[in-house]
Ligand binder design. Structure first.
Ligand code: NOJ
Length: 557
C-alpha cells in the first residue's frame, strides 16, 4: 500500500484570533492567515490546522459554535476561506479545519428550539434529565469546573454540558443529529479542505443510564461514563463512511483522558475510524495528583515512560500518533519543560528535537517555532479564558492567598499560548494596529519572527531542519522505538531502527551538564544529523552533554 502523505508531514496549528490582524480590530482574521502563507511555506509545514472560525458568541473562543454554516464576522467571509484553501493549494499545502460536534453553543438554533418545550422536535438533539431530589441528575462535573448539568428553568429539566454551561452536549444517540452533523461536514469537505481535527471526539458516546459516579481520584466525576464510551467506535466508523472516506480526508481526533488501547483501536490499519489521535497523558506529568490547577513538579521519569509506552504501543498496533508539546490549551513548552531565560534557544531546540524524531505526525503550534513563552501576567485581569477565570475563583474560594493562586494561573492558564503571535518589534508585536484582544507578551522585542528569520542559528531554522529531515529519512516515519537510559534523571534518549538504519537521539533535558554513556556494545561512530550546539561529539559511546544539548545520530549498517 502506498504510504499516506500525512505520515511524512508536519502540521502547523493556527489560532486565528491571535495570529495576524489585518483590520485593526484587535482580533486576527483569515486575511491575516493568507498574508503569512509564504512564512509558513518557508518553515516547511505541509498542512495548517485552523481552530474554529465558525459563527460563535466566543464564550470559549469558537469552540462554542452557534452556526456551523457561517463564518464569525470578525474572521472574514466564506470567500476568505475559499481564498485560503486556494492560497494553500497553490503552494502545495493543505488545510485541516477544526470541527466541534460534541456540543454546540446554547445560541445555536437547535438549542434555542430545544429549550422551548419538552415536545419540540429539537428537544432530543440534546441531553435532558429531571432533577434528582431537587439537585442535578447526577454528580458529573464539567471540565471547566462545577456541575456538568445546568437547569433550564422554563421546562424544569437539566441539560448536560461537559464544558461551559453555554456548550450543550449533543445527543449522539439520535440518528438525526448524527446525520445533520455529517451533512454539515460534507458541506465543508466540498469546499476543498483536506482534513478535520475533531474536538474532544471521544466524548460523544455516553453511558445512557447516566450513573452516579462513586469515585474519581482526580475529581473528574463522570469521566469513566463518557470517555471512549460504549458506541464510540461504531460512531467513528459511521462518520468515516459518511464523510471522511468519500472525500479522502485526513483526520485527527482530540482524545480527552483516553487510553492507549482505545487509540490503537481508532487508528490501526483497517479500523476505518480515524487517521491519528492526540492524547494528553505526557502533558500531565507535571500535575500534582493528576490535577491541573496545582503547582506540581515535572516527574521526568514518568514523562519518558508515558511517551515510550505510546510510541511502542502505537507502533505495535500499526496506529498513528499526533506528536505535540503545544496547542491553544497548553502552556508554552519552553516555559514549561525548558528554560525560557538563560537557555531559551538551547532548550526550545532540545524539546523540538526530542518530539520530532518520534514516530507520528508532528504538530507545531503558532509561535512555538520562534520559542514564544508564557506571558506571566501579573494580575487575573489580563487573563481572558473562561476556564482560567473559573479556576481562579475556585482557588480563591479554597482560601489560598492571591500570590499562590497567581503562581498557578501563570503556569497553567490556556491564555499562555493565546497571546498574540510575535511578528516583529513594532507596536503590539506587529500583530495588530488596534488594541489586541489579549495582551502581547512583554518579550516581543527579543522574541519575534522577523528576528528569527534573520538569524541562521535561530529556533525557527532548527524546526525547519527537523521538518526536512522527516521528509528525507524514512526511518523517522517507519522506525521502531527503543527507550534508553530510562532511570536517568537528566537524559532523554531513544533509538529507532528500520531497514538496517539506526537513529539515536540523546538529549540533556536540564540546565546542568551531564554525561551520557551508550548502554550497548556497539561502535559509537555515526553521522550527526542535527545538534543544538556547535561541534557536538561525533562518537556517542560517551558524551559530555552541555545544558539542554540534544544530538541526533544516524548510521546505516
Ligand atoms: C478542546 C479544545 O481544544 C478546547 O479549547 C475547548 O475549550 C474544548 N475542547 C471544548 O470544546
Amino acid at each position: 500500500m502506498q504510504e499516506p502523505w500525512w505520515k511524512r508531514s508536519t502540521v502547523y496549528q493556527i489560532y486565528p484570533k491571535s495570529f495576524n490582524d489585518t483590520t485593526a480590530s484587535g482580533m486576527g482574521d483569515l486575511q491575516g492567515v493568507i498574508e503569512k502563507l509564504d512564512y509558513l511555506k518557508e518553515l516547511g509545514v505541509d498542512m495548517l490546522w485552523l481552530t474554529p472560525i465558525y459563527r460563535s458568541p466566543q464564550r470559549d473562543n469558537g469552540y462554542d459554535i452557534s452556526d456551523y454554516y457561517d463564518i464569525e464576522p470578525a474572521y472574514g467571509t466564506m470567500e476568505d476561506v475559499e481564498r485560503l484553501v486556494q492560497g494553500l493549494h497553490d503552494r502545495d499545502m493543505k488545510l485541516m479545519m477544526d470541527i466541534v460536534i460534541n456540543h454546540t453553543s446554547t445560541d445555536h438554533k437547535w438549542f434555542q428550539q430545544a429549550k422551548t418545550s419538552k415536545d419540540n422536535p429539537y428537544r432530543d438533539y440534546y441531553i435532558w434529565r429531571d432533577s434528582s431530589d431537587g439537585n442535578a441528575p447526577n454528580n458529573w462535573v464539567s471540565k471547566f469546573g462545577g456541575s456538568a448539568w445546568a437547569l433550564e428553568e422554563h421546562t424544569d429539566q437539566y441539560y448536560l454540558h461537559l464544558f461551559d454551561k453555554t456548550q450543550a452536549d449533543l445527543n449522539w444517540e439520535n440518528d438525526e443529529v448524527r446525520n445533520q452533523l455529517y451533512e454539515m461536514m460534507n458541506f465543508w469537505a466540498d469546499k476543498g479542505l483536506d482534513g478535520f481535527r475533531l474536538d474532544v471526539i471521544n466524548l460523544v458516546s455516553k453511558v445512557q443510564s447516566f450513573p452516579y459516579d462513586e469515585s474519581a481520584p482526580d475529581g473528574q466525576f463522570g469521566k469513566e461514563y463518557y470517555t471512549d464510551g460504549p458506541r464510540i467506535h461504531e460512531f467513528m466508523k459511521e462518520m468515516n463512511q459518511n464523510v471522511f472516506a468519500p472525500h479522502n480526508l485526513v483526520t485527527v481526533g482530540e482524545m480527552s483522558s483516553t487510553s492507549l488501547a482505545a487509540c490503537q483501536q481508532y487508528t490501526r490499519p483497517g479500523a476505518n475510524e480515524l487517521d491519528m489521535t492526540f492524547n494528553f497523558h505526557h502533558l500531565k506529568a507535571d500535575y500534582e495528583k493528576g490535577k491541573k490547577w496545582t503547582d506540581g513538579k515535572l516527574d521526568f521519569i514518568k514523562l519518558k515512560q508515558i511517551l515510550a509506552d505510546w510510541q511502542i504501543g502505537m507502533h505495535q498496533a500499526g496506529g498513528w500518533n499526533a506528536l505535540f508539546w503545544c496547542n491553544h490549551d497548553q502552556p508554552r513548552i519552553v516555559s514549561r519543560f525548558g528554560d525560557d531565560n538563560l537557555y531559551h534557544r538551547e532548550s526550545a531546540k532540545m524539546l523540538a528535537t526530542v518530539m520530532h524524531m518520534m514516530q507520528g505526525t508532528p504538530y507545531i503550534y503558532q509561535g512555538e517555532e520562534i520559542g514564544m513563552t508564557d506571558p506571566k501576567f501579573s494580575s487575573i485581569e489580563y487573563y481572558n479564558d473562561v476556564e482560567t477565570q473559573n479556576a481562579y475563583s475556585e482557588l480563591k474560594e479554597s482560601g489560598m492567598d492571591d500570590r499562590a493562586v497567581m503562581q498557578i494561573i501563570q503556569r497553567r492558564s490556556r491564555d499562555n499560548s493565546r497571546t498574540p503571535m510575535q511578528w516583529n518589534a513594532a507596536q503590539h508585536a506587529g500583530f495588530s494596529k488596534g488594541e489586541p484582544w489579549l495582551s502581547v507578551a512583554a518579550n516581543y522585542k527579543e522574541i519575534n519572527a522577523e528576528k528569527a528569520l534573520a538569524d541562521d542559528n535561530s529556533i525557527f531554522y532548527h524546526y525547519q531542519t527537523l521538518i526536512r529531515l522527516r521528509k528525507e529519512y524514512a526511518i523517522i516515519t517507519h522506525g521502531d522505538y527503543e527507550p534508553l537510559c530510562m532511570e536517568d534523571e537528566r537524559i532523554f534518549s531513544y533509538e529507532r531502527r528500520w531497514n538496517g538504519e539506526k537513529l539515536l537521539v540523546i538529549a540533556n533535558f536540564f540546565g546542568e551538564s551531564t554525561e551520557f554513556t551508550y548502554p550497548k556494545k556497539e561502535i559509537g561512530e555515526a553521522e550527526i544529523l542535527l545538534s543544538n550546539y556547535q561541534d557536538s561529539a561525533p562518537n556517542y559511546s560517551k558524551v559530555q552533554l552541555r545544558p539542554f544539548e540534544a544530538i541526533i545520530y544516524y548510521s546505516k549498517s
